[in-house]
Ligand binder design. Structure first.
Ligand code: AMP
Length: 112
């Protein structure tokens, strides 16, 4: 069996995190190393390893919906960015799917 990821331990409240939203499908908490004034991670309770799946399309849609809810809750009315890093070249460091919700400053493009 695959070992628990850090995010599963946060979801189970074994590791502290600043959780700002949760429902039956996912949990959202503040990133420990924020890259913008607001930086929240939206994480499914189900331990999906990454965007490359296996991922149910209804869950994928729900996670995007929650990213938008979190942005509203955080008053990101000027806009925000949602990022999913996938795999080594994508810069993924935790093998549990997560959406970064970044806001509170203007974002540059292209990303590094
Ligand atoms: P990624 O590089 O896309 O896999 O994103 C992993 C994110 O998890 C990074 O932005 C880290 O700063 C964040 N992170 C790592 N450990 C923790 C933690 N204990 N609590 C909150 N965020 C964390």
């Amino acid at each position: 069996m695959a070992p628990d990821t850090l995010f599963e331990r946060i979801i189970r409240r074994e590791i502290p995190a600043d959780i700002i939203y949760e429902d039956v499908h996912c949990v959202a908490f503040r990133d420990i190393a924020p890259q913008a004034p607001t930086h929240v991670l939206v994480v499914p309770r189900e331990p999906v390893p990454g965007l490359d799946g296996p991922l149910d399309s209804a869950l994928a849609g729900h996670l995007l919906h929650v990213a938008n809810l979190v942005a509203a809750q955080e008053h990101l009315s000027a806009g925000y960015r949602v990022v999913i890093n996938c795999g080594r070249d994508g810069g993924q460091t935790v093998n549990h799917l997560h959406l970064h919700v970044l806001g509170g400053r203007a974002m540059a493009w292209p990303p590094g």
